[in-house]
Design a protein around this ligand. Structure first.
Ligand code: UDX
Length: 427
């Protein structure tokens, strides 16, 4: 099939490459000319495992352009994969989605299936369908098809997805979507395919993300409580995880969740629940717990030290390992707080330094991709992202320092063998 995808961020580009891998011809549309030029040269604009290799492997089926008219008028199916960032009040900003909807209505030359991959509030597909159909003479059928990819494993999560959720009540659109995804439902992928009504599909995405966020806030709150009662959260979660009903995923206590999805999707659903006069109280609590958790480690540090004129080594900037993404990363709030207290920072990260410089601009931060150099002359180390390089460090290098670990990278048994002070979460 000929597919056009608007937006070449994590969702749009990864979906495009996955669809090209199952032999569809895909045209990626973006307004950013520099990004388009890069991709035309086979370079991925984001750091994501396997993405660039698959872009190159499928290059004869992938086209990149800013010419949306050409892309949309030639397509059999159009995907919308643009961002839906949060507004000041926490609701989802649908401006980019509407811009693409307008462009689609101006460009198409036949009846069309339009698929929304972006995470959008429940009811948005109905609104966009009406909007496009009011502005074109062709019949347009909107399909909700949320994505569930996690950064760092986005390509794998899309090709070997946990499930494909397709929401439409229209039989024509149902047939098209089934054909489009058929290769992924077979060997070697074997992805379960769920067909449902549009509003349920939109809700699946929020309910899934918010449940995972809730699980993290829950375990973080339990971790804080473990500190009060003398329990060890790592042992507690180990004991919990054997219960298959609980499972052992997303039970890692730390300094809170970040990223492009959980913070925004919890706030958007909470906002929507208030708008519908039916507040989701668990989601409200989840958001509050996470906000406090992000600065949990910093507060422990501040209780013990006067930070003025101290240099702190901060290990890890990205919101999680395997990505250079800094959206809602705890490193931002923590480093800003440390700078406000008069501290200087030695910051280590294997890939996220350039992005961090765009967000926090201070001559009191020195950047390192060499961890040894970063920690060499400092007394206090703060771990904010559990990169393998950090987890696998020779712990002798921390001797005589104080290590504040926001990701519980090391077992307490192991730490006993070394001569440094170690403060972590929930232990
Ligand atoms: C998430 C969802 O996993 C994905 O399905 C959805 O489509 C988008 O949002 P992502 O944001 O890439 O993906 O990262 P994820 O690995 O889920 O981690 C999110 C945050 O939670 C990170 O900050 C991570 O450090 C934190 N986390 C995760 C924990 O603190 N503890 C855990 O046990 C798991």
């Amino acid at each position: 099939m000929k597919i056009a995808i608007s937006g070449t961020g994590y969702v749009g580009l990864v979906t495009a490459v996955a669809l090209s891998q199952i032999k569809h011809n895909v045209t990626c549309v973006d307004i950013d000319e520099n990004k388009i030029k890069k991709m035309q040269q086979g370079i991925s604009p984001i750091y994501e495992k396997d993405l660039e290799e698959l872009m190159q492997e499928n290059k004869e089926r992938l086209t990149y352009t800013t010419d949306y008219k050409m892309a949309y008028s030639n397509a059999d199916v159009i995907f919308i994969g643009v961002g839906t960032p949060e507004k000041i009040d926490g609701s989802a900003n649908l401006d980019y989605v509407y811009t693409v909807a307008k462009q689609i209505s101006e460009s198409i030359t036949k009846d069309m299936v339009v698929v929304i991959k972006s995470t959008v509030p429940i009811g948005t597909n109905d609104e966009i369908e009406k909007y496009i159909n009011d502005n074109t003479k062709y019949n347009v059928y909107l399909v909700s098809n949320p994505e569930f990819l996690a950064q760092g494993s986005a390509m794998h999560d899309t090709l070997y997805a946990s499930r494909i959720v397709v929401g439409t009540e229209n039989d024509y659109a149902k047939d098209i979507m089934k054909k489009l995804y058929e290769p992924l439902t077979k060997e070697p992928y074997n992805v379960p395919y769920l067909s449902m009504n549009r509003r349920s599909a939109e809700m699946v995405k929020y309910a899934s993300n918010d449940f995972l966020a809730l699980k993290i806030s829950y375990i973080n709150e339990i971790a804080n409580f473990c500190e009060k009662v003398g329990a060890d959260i790592e042992l507690v979660t180990q004991g919990m995880g054997y219960d298959k009903r609980i499972g052992n995923n997303f039970l890692k206590a730390g300094i809170g969740y970040g990223g492009s999805c959980f913070p925004k999707d919890t706030k958007a659903l909470h906002w929507l629940s208030i708008a519908k006069d039916s507040e989701l109280k668990t989601i409200k609590a989840c958001i509050e717990v996470n906000k406090e958790q992000k600065l949990k480690l910093y507060k422990k540090l501040k209780e013990e030290y006067n930070l003025k004129n101290k240099t702190i080594a901060v290990l890890g900037l990205s919101f999680k390992p395997g990505t250079d993404d800094l959206r809602e990363a705890p490193s931002i709030d923590n480093i800003k707080a440390l700078l406000d207290d008069g501290a200087s920072i030695n910051a280590y990260d294997p890939v996220a330094i350039n992005n961090f410089k765009k967000i926090v601009d201070s001559n009191k931060i020195k950047y390192y991709t060499d961890m040894d150099a970063c920690i060499k002359d400092v007394d206090i180390v703060m771990i904010l992202t559990e990169w393998d390089s950090i987890k696998n460090i020779d712990l002798n290098k921390f001797n005589n320092k104080v290590v504040f670990d926001g990701r519980n990278c090391y077992s307490l048994e192991e730490i006993k063998k070394y001569s440094f002070k170690y403060i972590s979460i929930g232990r």
